[in-house]
Design a protein around this ligand. Structure first.
Ligand code: TYM
Length: 326
């Protein structure tokens, strides 16, 4: 790694990744490799904050690692490792937790939503502090994520500032990097809520492993709005606007351009074109995923973790000195 600016981001191995993850985050992960030192993480410790089965966790974290590599994260240019293999994340999280108010954590949106779904554990409450540690342990400058992570990034910035003013300057204040189009891809089954891995309806999201046939069916059954005109209008046409954003991403064409071509074509023809663009855009990822062996993935994960531990230990040396532990 050189002295250029650093980027960190993470993804949870809970359920298969979907097009929202690609459009909102992964595509920036891949693009930023050209400009930054890039550090990416399969955040397996975070996945333990919801009820889970150990055998599934083992499989899902390996599958997600393979998918991230298939999507274009290049081990020659980026680190990609399992969070649990770099224990400094947890050590820093403990220190940051001593600077975090419980009330602040209790008011965070994702805690309130998830606590309603499955038990208010200390792990779930402390989740955003571990996320802040993930980012700060590598002293990064930027974090590519979707809009749903805005509150977590604000807490991270707050904690970095609080630490620096209490103990001396250790952490840069990281910027959130969100795409202009597709920062919040919506569910195909309900365009007023976010496309999410935890949605019980499989029709709500397109998975990176879906076949062309499955993609076409899901797009055709996507909930759309009254009327027939294809227009970009989140107020009156959230279903069509969501499909337009997805289409724009996979076709690399502007929304205006798509609206002028499909405005009067009717929803049916429009949906076929969207489905085809998504299937075509995902095919290289699916092919790369199928062509990669578990052993290859294992090697990348192990060697990245070794390097990430060294880097994280460098930060912890400063942190331990700053807080009076060395
Ligand atoms: P996770 O695993 O839920 O999502 C991974 C990334 O995908 C983005 N994303 C979306 N973007 C647009 N539209 C959507 N519908 C959509 N759904 C998900 C997310 O914003 C995210 O960028 N807490 C994080 C994981 C995490 C992390 C970190 C992220 C742990 N530590 C440190 C960045 C830095 C999460 O649950 O993401």
């Amino acid at each position: 790694m050189t002295d250029q600016k650093r980027v960190f981001s993470g993804m949870q191995p809970t359920g298969d990744p979907h097009v929202g993850n690609v459009i909102g985050a992964l595509s920036n992960w891949v693009r930023m490799q050209d400009e930054y030192d890039t550090i990416y993480c399969v955040v397996d410790l975070h996945a333990m904050t919801a009820p889970y089965d150990p055998a599934n966790l083992r499989r899902e974290r390996a599958d997600l690692a393979k998918m991230i590599l298939a999507a274009g994260v290049d081990p020659e240019r980026s680190l990609l490792y399992y969070q649990s293999e770099v224990p400094q994340h947890v050590e820093l999280a403990w220190i940051l937790s001593t600077l975090t108010g419980v009330g602040h954590l209790e008011r965070m949106t994702q805690f309130k939503e998830k606590a309603d779904m499955g038990g208010q554990t200390l792990g779930l409450l402390a989740y955003p502090v571990l996320q802040a540690a993930d980012i700060l342990i590598h002293r990064v400058h930027a974090v590519p994520v979707g809009n749903d992570q805005a509150q977590h990034l604000e807490l991270t910035r707050d904690l970095a500032e609080r630490f620096n003013s209490r103990f001396g300057h250790v952490f840069p204040i990281p910027e959130r990097i969100t795409p202009e189009i597709g920062a919040r891809v919506m569910s195909l089954a309900d365009p007023t809520s976010k496309m999410s891995k935890s949605d019980p309806s499989l029709k709500s999201r397109i998975l990176l492993t879906d076949s062309t046939d499955q993609i076409m069916k899901k797009v055709k059954s996507a909930v759309t709005d009254t009327g027939t005109e294809v227009a970009f209008d989140w107020e009156d046409k959230p279903g069509i606007s969501n499909l337009l954003e997805i289409f724009s991403f996979f076709s690399d064409r502007s929304i205006d351009d798509l609206v002028s071509e499909y405005g009067a074509s009717g929803y049916g023809a429009f949906k076929v074109a969207v489905g085809e663009a998504v299937a075509e855009g995902l095919k290289p990822i699916r092919d790369a995923y199928e062509g990669m062996s578990d052993a290859e993935v294992g090697e990348v994960m192990a060697s990245s973790a070794t390097r990430a531990r060294e880097m994280a230990d460098g930060t912890m040396t400063f942190v331990r000195e700053s807080v009076g532990l060395a």
